[in-house]
Ligand binder design. Structure first.
Ligand code: 13P
Length: 252
């Protein structure tokens, strides 16, 4: 059985104090009322990692970063390495989010370095892919996503690729309130699983957790998560409110 995962991407929100408060709320809700079969992950700003790792129940909630440096160490002012993330006790790193690709010019080449460093440090990448609205309107979303995967994580050996969580986040659904329809999300996630099966075998495909992200909330999550290929969600806005996030965790 593959893991069901609900991961919060806090993005550039919350001061340290607010982030601690939010993590405390999420921790209390998850430990008291959360579905125990769901792997819950909180991806916080770098500045919050150590504190959040300390305060959550590590058996119930994993902690992750939202990015890491493409270099292992050295003269790269302002960068935070995968080893630094690991040293906080965090276990995950979101990589390839469309906001990083779009606003910070992250290419497949850069992402390959980040994925390699993340894996080398024993962290689990939550690797994002997804198309823009024009691509969807031109019905080229499958080709787009295939290329994003072919150029990056599909280059890895099978034992590495099987450690990765994939998140499909159509850009037109992120923060817009427009969720992909259940059919659109299921269709894409089944397509991605098929690509993994073709390249790495059915066993790997069946074990890979593939998440949907983009305006996912407690209301639409039950229908999305009921689909055979949707193994959970990568949640932005709704992960900033404890009750909303719990509602998504308990949507299965
Ligand atoms: P929203 O849930 O706010 O649409 O954000 C999704 C996202 O980008 C998660 O990484």
């Amino acid at each position: 059985m593959r893991k069901k995962v609900v991961a919060g991407n806090g993005k550039c929100n919350t001061t340290l104090q607010e982030g601690i408060e939010l993590a405390q709320t999420v921790n209390q809700l998850v430990t008291e009322k959360g579905d125990k079969n769901i792997t819950v992950v909180l991806c916080t700003p770098f500045t919050h990692l150590t504190k959040v790792v300390e305060l959550v129940d590590g058996n119930r909630i994993g902690v992750g970063a939202q990015n890491c440096a493409a270099e292992a160490k050295g003269a790269f002012t302002g960068e935070v390495s995968a080893a630094m993330v690991k040293s906080t006790g965090a276990g995950y790193v979101i990589l390839g989010h469309s906001e990083r690709r779009e606003y910070y010019g992250e290419t497949s080449e850069i992402l390959n370095k980040k994925v390699a460093l993340t894996l080398a440090n024993g962290l689990t990448p939550i690797y994002c892919c997804g198309e823009a609205l024009e691509t969807r309107q031109a019905e080229k979303q499958n080709e787009w996503v295939k290329r994003q995967l072919d150029e990056t994580i599909f280059q890895l050996p099978v034992e590495e690729v099987s450690k990765i969580i994939i998140a499909y986040e159509p850009i037109w659904a992120i923060g817009t309130g427009v969720t992909a329809s259940t059919e659109q999300a299921q269709e894409m996630l089944a397509y991605i699983r098929g690509l993994i099966a073709d390249k790495f075998g059915k066993e790997v495909a069946d074990k890979t957790s593939i998440l949907y992200g983009g305006s996912c909330n407690a209301k639409n999550a039950p229908e999305l998560f009921a689909q055979p290929d949707i193994d959970g969600g990568l949640i932005g806005g709704a992960s900033l409110k404890g009750e909303d996030f719990l509602g998504i965790i308990n949507a299965y």
